[in-house]
Design a protein around this ligand. Structure first.
Ligand code: MGD
Ligand code: MGD
Ligand code: SF4
Ligand code: MO
Length: 898
């Protein structure tokens, strides 16, 4: 038998652990590297060994990625040693992934930031000094107070990536009076959320299909087996369905992702073609007489004959030309899907949605569930309980009214002519004010939070257009005094990140940047001050999300250990700032402790607080599953005082605040809930797309604004040369975006990001596997940022890796490579911690981990591959029309051997 090298073993074993989940990563990677090496001082303390007779198991919620799994931390001698899954979490059913151990890495990271630091050199130069909390907070509060008193609180910006404080930060920004609590939804998911909001009136955070009972799943580029916002929740249920239920899962992808590899069928398709496949499938379903007419006529807001006529143009043969997926496969999959309905569902994510045509792709995909009537049915496209379904009894996520304790600050008012905020707006906005539809005027709070060119980024709720923030600031569309960043890594991980870095370095544009971070990342390196946050194992946070068990549930993040050094939780930092800024802000932060705040937040969860903390989770098992919620009757008591619009059947009632709100729909003489849309039906037809298109001046012929789901191509894919490729990007199972570079086990498993391509593509370009290439990228062609400019955006270099499962039109390079901050492991550098992290504040007492200087075997000076390359300078800023979702997966590129 051929002997596996240690590296091979690491790759295989870690891959298995990452996918299987079900407990902690039990492998010892790094510290077993060199057998017989003498024990080093402190090694014992750093070991993961647990004495279960002494260790305490404390539940919490993982912050390793967006999934937020329930987990249990084993604490021994004041140190968290291991993370396991929490069986009381009905979403994960006790499973977690290997990345959860990253929280331990974060907490005991030798280069962790443990004291506030202040810049002493030029911004970005990497020279810092340690300062006291008092000095730090006094300066920040002083600046913020001045900004507020100048009458321009909107010049304070709070820019976050992830925020699980559950309202704590909006409380702070509202109390201060700024609308600029900016997020990263456009980077992440807004192209997929907008179609869901338009169709169903809710986007459910992520989709919540009843996979456990599915017989057929058609997956358009979602990758739950290694990524997805709820991957852990989905993967176990999918595997159960496939293995125990005979469920078929068909995956369309551009590369053989882990999800593709466990699917019953996988087809590589042309990038950006998912909408064409879905449109043709819809057509086949109707032509074959397999549509569920009863469901459609009852719940779709559009005529069946008209949708049938619209879809007729989309034949499987037509779709084959666009997608390279054989017409007979499209036909067969459509028929099988419809026959399995209602236990059949679609799935999509960034693969279908992060394209210029992504929103329309997703509308065409969603159409399939409606056509076969699987919406809300067992095994189908179910919709977990959300506000709007159940009237007053349940709040968001079906929870018994969890939420912030009072007194709550009022929200920031819309800008109106005559106010200083309005006066500050760019002239072109003022010039367009009169033609700006009233419904958007009512929500308008400036160009950063509600950019006028992207009305669908705030029509439903605040999705923002995060990739344009720095560019808008550069172009004078908004002034800034104080910029605060939190769990946010744009300078490394956003498209055309160099634009972000250029602006963040410019003190005339950003006079003061305070970063709240747990380490020293690329974005915080561009701050004037960095405040060290307590890690997720050391702090409180809220948790509430939809559940694949289809009953309401919630959990809580509680501290397992005290913060190391002088690190403090965000809540403490903001509370103290509010008190120091004063002027009335402080009254919203008048509670004893953060624990008291969260205790009040969860006060309606019907289980005693100590018991809740002991279990970590609670769910409502008295409730039946959330099937067919739209058919639920509106209770008689609620009908009292309601009135019905005779032309539409929509039932309205006055809210406490005196607003007319739709609460249901008359079905004959039966008042039922319907969907939380304006028509209370599934909105196949939605005029808001057209309205937005007209307002932003979308050119004629661009179908982004079509009122019904409509196929449209990605413009630059039509004009690209034959020898050009589409450069796409993806996530690895063991890494999380910009944050995991320094997690040592993750980095040992995956530390570089080769340029994946099909061997035939390589042969066409005269390449061999392993050749070094340069990838040069170009701007898009559609109605978007700097479209049509011919100068390349940028280029990067790395080695080619052949993979025969790829689409031949694509090169795929993962996120997570090429860090130049985040410490020695992320950078695969010499391990001279001081030098590598440029940290003025690292704690030498923590530096006991000999792995770092000794065992980074992939360092280039040891003949290794190095840490890969950051690809994000080469991905153009490319917001989709009207919504502003970043089109990550469209970039046209040249690949040349060097
Ligand atoms: N391990 C891990 N898990 C994560 C994260 C992480 O960083 N690491 N991040 C979390 C976050 S914030 C998010 S948003 C989610 C993202 O979760 P996903 O959207 O599921 O994952 P992505 O890798 O962003 O993209 C999905 C896939 O789209 C494919 N793709 C590209 N173009 C096309 C196309 O035209 N058609 C089709 N059908 N497929 C295409 C890519 O090959 C990729 O595998 O994951 C979350 N979970
Ligand atoms: N090429 C490419 N780029 C991508 C993607 C892709 O698929 N390919 N995916 C995109 C997606 S979907 C997303 S959501 C973005 C995410 O992009 P990022 O904003 O880079 O994501 P994060 O990994 O959340 O990391 C932000 C920073 O927060 C800090 N941090 C981590 N944990 C904590 C904490 O507990 N407290 C505090 N205060 N700080 C913390 C770390 O310094 C980290 O660098 O990346 C996008 N970028
Ligand atoms: S999927 Fe994300 S939240 Fe869940 S255990 Fe893994 S890293 Fe943690
Ligand atoms: Mo994301």
């Amino acid at each position: 038998m051929a002997q596996l090298s240690r590296r091979d073993f690491v790759k295989i074993a870690a891959g298995a652990a990452a996918v299987a989940g079900g407990g902690a990563l039990t492998l010892k990677l790094f510290d077993k590297a060199e057998k017989g090496r003498p024990a080093v001082e402190g090694k014992k303390a750093a070991s993961n060994k647990i004495d279960y007779t002494r260790a305490r198991a404390i539940p919490t919620v993982c912050f390793g990625c967006t999934t937020h799994c329930g987990c249990i931390g084993w604490v021994q001698d004041g140190r968290v040693r291991r993370i396991d899954g929490n069986p009381f979490d009905i979403n994960t059913r006790g499973k977690i992934c290997s990345k959860a151990q990253g929280m331990i890495q974060y907490t005991y990271y030798p280069e962790r930031l443990l004291y506030p630091i202040r810049r002493v050199g030029k911004r970005g130069e990497g020279k810092w000094k340690r300062i006291s909390w008092d000095e730090a907070l006094a300066e920040i509060a002083g600046r913020m107070k001045k900004t507020r008193e100048s009458g321009h609180p909107e010049r304070f910006i709070f820019h976050y990536g992830r925020d699980k404080t559950k309202g704590f930060t909006s409380r702070f920004t509202n109390a201060y009076g700024t609308p600029n609590r900016l997020n990263r939804r456009s980077i992440c998911s807004s192209n997929r959320r907008a179609p869901l909001m338009s169709f169903y009136g809710r986007d459910f955070e992520w989709e919540t299909q009843d996979f456990a009972n599915s017989k057929y799943i058609v997956n358009f580029g979602g990758n739950p087996m290694e990524a997805y916002q709820g991957g852990i929740f989905m993967m176990g249920r999918m595997m159960d369905a496939i293995v125990d239920n005979g469920c078929k899962m068909v995956t369309f992808e551009v590369r053989p992702s882990a999800t593709a590899s466990v699917s019953t069928e996988y087809y590589p398709v042309a990038p950006g073609s998912d909408g064409a496949i879905a449109a043709a499938m819809g057509n086949v379903i109707i032509q074959e007489g397999l549509a569920d007419r009863k469901f459609w006529d009852r719940w779709a807001n559009y005529s069946f004959d008209k949708i049938a006529a619209h879809l007729e143009q989309y034949t499987p043969e037509w779709a084959e030309k666009i997608s390279e997926l054989p017409a007979d496969v499209i036909r067969r999959v459509a028929i099988e899907f419809a026959r399995a309905a209602p236990a059949a569902t679609t799935l999509s994510n960034r693969g279908s949605a992060k394209h210029y045509n992504g929103p329309q792709n997703d509308r065409l995909i969603r159409l399939l569930d409606v056509l076969v009537g699987s919406v809300g049915k067992p095994g189908g496209f179910t919709l977990s309980t959300v506000r709007g379904w159940n009237g007053k009894r349940y709040g968001q996520w079906g929870l018994p009214a969890v939420g912030q304790p009072g007194p709550k600050p009022p929200g920031v008012k819309a800008f109106t002519p005559g106010t200083p905020q309005f006066d500050d707006l760019p002239q072109d906005v003022k010039d367009r004010w009169d033609e700006f539809p009233d419904k958007w005027k009512k929500k308008y709070v400036g160009e950063l939070a509600t950019p006028m060119d992207y009305p669908l980024s705030f029509h439903w709720y605040g999705m923002k257009v995060g990739q344009l923030v720095q560019d808008y600031i550069k172009r004078g569309r908004h002034k800034v005094e104080v910029y605060m960043s939190y769990v946010y890594g744009a300078a490394y991980g956003y498209p055309e990140a160099k634009v972000c870095r250029e602006v963040m370095k410019d003190e005339t544009l950003i006079p003061f940047h305070v970063a709240i971070d747990i380490g020293y990342g690329e974005h915080s390196s561009l701050a004037d001050m960095i405040l060290p946050e307590a890690t997720s194992l050391e702090r409180w946070d809220g948790h509430s999300q939809n559940s694949y068990a289809l009953i309401p549930y919630t959990g809580v993040r509680q501290p397992l250990v005290k913060p190391l050094g002088q690190a403090r939780p965000l809540q403490d930092i903001l509370k103290e700032l509010a008190v120091r800024i004063g002027g009335g802000m402080e009254k919203y932060f008048d509670y004893e402790s953060t624990e008291e705040f969260y205790k009040a937040w969860y006060k309606n969860v019907p289980i005693a607080w100590p018991e809740f903390l002991k279990r970590g989770f609670w769910h409502d098992d008295t409730r039946s599953k959330d099937y067919e919620l739209y058919e639920q009757p509106v209770p008689e008591a609620e009908m009292a005082g309601a009135h019905v619009d005779d032309s539409t059947g929509v039932i309205y009632k006055q809210s406490k605040r005196g607003r007319e709100v739709a609460i249901g729909l008359m079905m004959g003489d039966r008042p039922v809930r319907g969907f939380p849309t304006p028509t209370r039906k599934i909105q196949i037809y939605d005029p808001v797309w057209q309205e937005a298109a007209r307002f932003v001046g979308l050119p004629r012929g661009d179908l982004s604004g079509a009122v019904i789901p409509t196929w449209m191509p990605v413009p630059e894919h039509l004009t690209m040369r034959d020898d050009q490729l589409v450069f796409t990007t993806f996530k690895w199972n063991v890494h999380t975006q910009g944050r995991s570079g320094g997690w040592k086990y993750a980095a040992e498993i995956v530390h570089t990001n080769p340029v994946f391509m099909h061997p035939e593509t390589g042969a066409k370009l005269g390449l061999d596997d392993g050749d070094m290439v340069q990838v040069t990228t170009y701007r898009p062609q559609g109605f978007t940022y700097r479209a049509g400019e011919t100068e390349p955006v940028d280029s990067f270099q790395n080695r080619v890796k052949f993979h025969s499962g790829m689409s031949k039109k694509v090169v795929a390079v993962s996120h997570h490579g090429g860090h130049w901050e985040h410490g020695a492991i992320a950078q695969a550098s010499s391990g001279d911690l001081k030098d590598a992290g440029k940290m003025a504040a690292y704690d030498p007492a923590l530096v006991k981990d000999r792995d770092i200087p000794d065992n980074i075997w992939w360092r280039t000076d040891r003949g290794g591959s190095g840490n890969g390359v950051c690809i994000n300078d080469a991905i153009p800023i490319n917001p989709s029309p009207m919504i502003g979702g970043q089109n990550w997966m469209d970039t046209v590129c040249d690949v040349k051997k060097i």
